[in-house]
Design a protein around this ligand. Structure first.
Ligand SMILES: Nc1ncnc2c1ncn2[C@@H]1O[C@H](COP(=O)(O)OP(=O)(O)OP(=O)(O)O)[C@@H](O)[C@H]1O
Ligand SMILES: [Mg+2]
Length: 339
């Protein structure tokens, strides 16, 4: 009666929440602003993200997850608790069942931290599922077929590559290089080349506005504001799409390398399936201009971007909630019961 089923994609960049029967009800940046004098949370999500780099000494705005895993447990737990409270709109449920994702190949300690954070946020039953599996389900791939499907999820902190067949992961590789590293590469480039210090939000804006993995038509440039490293004063600089592309080339190449090595480890029959069915891209990184095309060129496989790539993982958890009735235990294993 008083049970609520919640699916959560606790990501390095964004946290998404869905309710069984209602779909996605929340998409918020994974950011917390809190007062360091008493640890009181001032804001979470979008409101807190606005504060990054703009807080007075007594308040810090932080991203408690790094590289796909929890870096600051207490802050993550506080953030998740807020999000879940908002999702439940103050109603009290005797049971809160939660499906929540973890990157593939994390340690037992890292997945245990996610479990504990979910518990602290009020979940009574918790099911941990691996992100690439959820991404594949959310992207609508036929994971139950006796044929290989390949999904590449490029998030903020991790890029996960997985080949799935018969409802389970056959080969997977995860690297801690993703969208955040593109931003960091832009910060470093602008500092070295233009002596300009910029923050991570500015770098992300540059990436989204003019960034690309390959040259594209009508490339523009962008005026950016930051602080002059030499005299410390505010300064404007114009940078081109080509500069941004060359700045990000290294992390992009590392992700493509990971895709290639995963393909090399894939059994031949399944590799043949992937030639036919192609690679599906999910996660926010899939939205980078020309990324799918560059991957196709470097692997020889057809590559497509899933519809709504930012939503795939949480949609996968929603499918799992629909499929499951009455699970009263949590599992530290792959989401084998996906349907
Ligand atoms: N249009 C865009 N072009 C390029 N990158 C984008 C675009 N939109 C979002 N991103 C990037 O996508 C990343 C966030 O993606 P996503 O929400 O899938 O990550 P996450 O799930 O929070 O992270 P992870 O899965 O690594 O824990 C950020 O680095 C963001 O800058
Ligand atoms: Mg993700």
């Amino acid at each position: 009666m008083f049970t609520r089923d919640i699916g959560v994609d606790l990501g390095t960049a964004n946290t998404l929440v869905c309710l069984k029967g209602k779909g996605i009800i929340m998409r918020e940046p994974s950011v917390v602003a809190y007062d360091i004098r008493n640890d009181a949370v001032r804001a979470v999500g979008t409101e807190a993200k606005e504060m990054i780099g703009r807080t007075p000494g007594s308040i810090v705005a932080v991203r408690p997850l790094k590289d796909g895993v929890i870096a600051d447990f207490d802050v993550t737990a506080a953030m998740l608790k807020r999000f879940i409270r908002q999702a439940l709109k103050g109603s009290v449920f005797s049971r809160v069942r939660m499906v929540i994702c973890i990157p593939a190949g994390v340690t037992e300690v890292e997945s245990r931290a996610v479990y504990d954070a979910a518990k602290q946020a009020g979940a009574t039953d918790i099911d941990l599922v691996e992100e690439p599996m959820a991404a594949a389900v959310g992207a609508g791939l036929p994971i139950w077929d006796a044929a290989g499907s390949m999904v590449v999820d490029v998030g903020g902190g991790t890029s996960e590559v997985a080949v799935i067949s018969l409802g389970d992961i056959v080969t997977a590789q995860s690297i801690r290089i993703a969208g955040d590293d593109f931003d960091e590469a832009i910060i470093n480039y602008v500092r070295k080349k233009h002596n300009l210090l910029i923050g991570e939000r500015t770098a992300e804006q540059i990436k989204i506005e003019i960034g690309s993995a390959k040259p594209y038509e009508n490339e523009g440039d962008i005026e950016i504001k930051g602080r002059n490293q030499v005299d410390g004063l505010p300064k404007n600089v114009i940078i081109t799409a080509e500069e941004v592309r060359s700045a990000m080339a290294d992390p992009i190449a590392q992700i493509i390398d990971t895709i290639r090595t995963t393909l090399e480890k894939t059994p031949p029959e399944l590799a043949a399936d992937i030639i036919d069915r192609g690679i599906t891209l999910t996660g926010g990184g899939a939205l980078l201009r020309g990324f799918a095309e560059l991957i196709a060129e470097n692997t020889g496989m057809p590559v497509s971007v899933a519809p709504n790539p930012l939503d795939c993982v949480v949609l996968g958890t929603a499918k799992r909630l629909e499929a499951d009735s009455g699970f009263d235990h949590y599992v530290f294993r792959r989401g084998k019961r996906f349907r």
